[in-house]
Design a protein. Sequence first.
Length: 173
Amino acid sequence: MALPLNSIEIVPTAGLKHRLICFVYEIFLVFGVLFFAVAINYLFMTLIPNETLKSRYAMQIWLFLVLGGYFVFFWRKGGQTLAMKTWRIQLIAPGLVRLPLGKAIARYLLAWMWFLPAMVVNSALGLKGWATFGIFLLGIVLWALTAIFSKDHQFLHDSLIGTRLVRIANKSS
């Protein structure tokens, strides 16, 4: 569990390298969360006769909400998801002890900009296979560059809503 902000020493902005490594680790953890959500969805689909609720779009909305719940819950609870705890990175809103619900939701929605442009390009061009992977990778690299060109080295979505990703010093140091 993350400690309250006033009881830990905060090292300045988490470096881009650590944030991207944390991002990759988060993908693996989120895969497990989504796997569980899909299993729950299929369990309930067998109980519901309504074909509309069994659609691909219903599944996508369900996964979007589950993923949002995961991130919003952990960001509000202590400013750290499981991956962020591992890499000692914390999400803060300067001047606030706890991230407000509105900021957490806004951050989740804006963080989709890592992927949304690539999703639109893939859909518009009907890309498949490695081309899809390449477009997603390009989108991730371009969004990561927003931290390099930002004066406070935060990603664009954090700059827009006033949150920061910071490194937390070891308690023993």
